[in-house]
Write a protein that binds this ligand. Structure first.
Ligand SMILES: Nc1nc2c(c(=O)[nH]1)N[C@H]1C(S)=C(S)[C@@H](COP(=O)(O)O)O[C@H]1N2
Ligand SMILES: [Mo]
Length: 199
């Protein structure tokens, strides 16, 4: 299955229309990591969703591989002002993981191997807008770009797309993640240019 996300409509929209305010186009793929590149093998990798009631649901790499995946073509926007158009990924929508999860939580805190965290409203993970991904442009995700598995949330600034994703903690209250706690915007919509707190 191939998914074309909202905002991506191929050649019919010019690159300019697809560039949020203050962003410029890049054709390479910059690496931005707050700490060292994590080296996680697929055998070690595990993904856990913990509900507000403390119930944990876990998926191994082979569990992940058994789920129906799709190809995603989407634009991505980094808060440091680069945007990259028409990137292609393979992944499983978060909706799939939430099928059997009983939650009334409003927020999710994504956490990664290495300790990185980022927060977002649970709704933003659903409705086919966010994916657990392991391929970029048809190749396995490199460790520098978050391999073996990263979160992809292309409608928000790219710092929300946690590399080396390890799990999600669901809660009734919003808890700032790594960048959010040092002044980045809690939501981070590139179209509203929500870079920093107060934007
Ligand atoms: N685990 C982790 N995920 C992360 C980061 C990080 O430092 N650690 N940086 C974020 C930021 S600020 C950006 S712009 C993107 C960069 O992804 P890339 O290195 O694949 O371009 O990853 C995001 N996810
Ligand atoms: Mo970033």
């Amino acid at each position: 299955m191939s998914i074309v996300s909202p905002g991506f409509s191929g050649r019919r929209r010019s690159a300019d229309d697809r560039l949020p305010p203050g962003q410029y186009l890049t054709h390479d793929f910059p690496v931005l990591s707050a700490g060292p590149t994590q080296r996680v093998t697929t055998a070690q990798w595990e993904f856990t969703i913990t509900t507000e009631a403390g119930q944990a649901h876990r998926w191994s790499w082979s569990d992940l591989m058994s789920l129906t995946s799709e190809e995603i073509t989407t634009d991505i926007h980094c808060v440091t002002k680069w945007s990259k158009l028409g990137t292609t990924w393979r992944g499983v929508p978060l909706d799939t993981f939430f099928e059997d999860i009983d939650t009334a939580a409003d927020y999710a805190l994504a956490y990664s191997y290495g300790g990185y965290t980022t927060n977002l409203p649970l709704d933003d993970l659903l409705d086919n807008r966010s994916w657990i991904t392991w391929e970029f442009e048809g190749e396995p995700l490199t460790p520098e770009h978050g391999g073996p598995v990263r979160l992809l949330v292309p409608h928000l600034y790219f710092w929300k797309s946690a590399k080396w994703i390890r799990g999600l903690r669901l809660a009734f209250e919003d808890e700032p993640g790594f960048w959010e706690s040092v002044g980045y915007h809690e939501y981070g919509d590139p179209w509203r240019e929500q870079r920093y707190q107060g934007d």
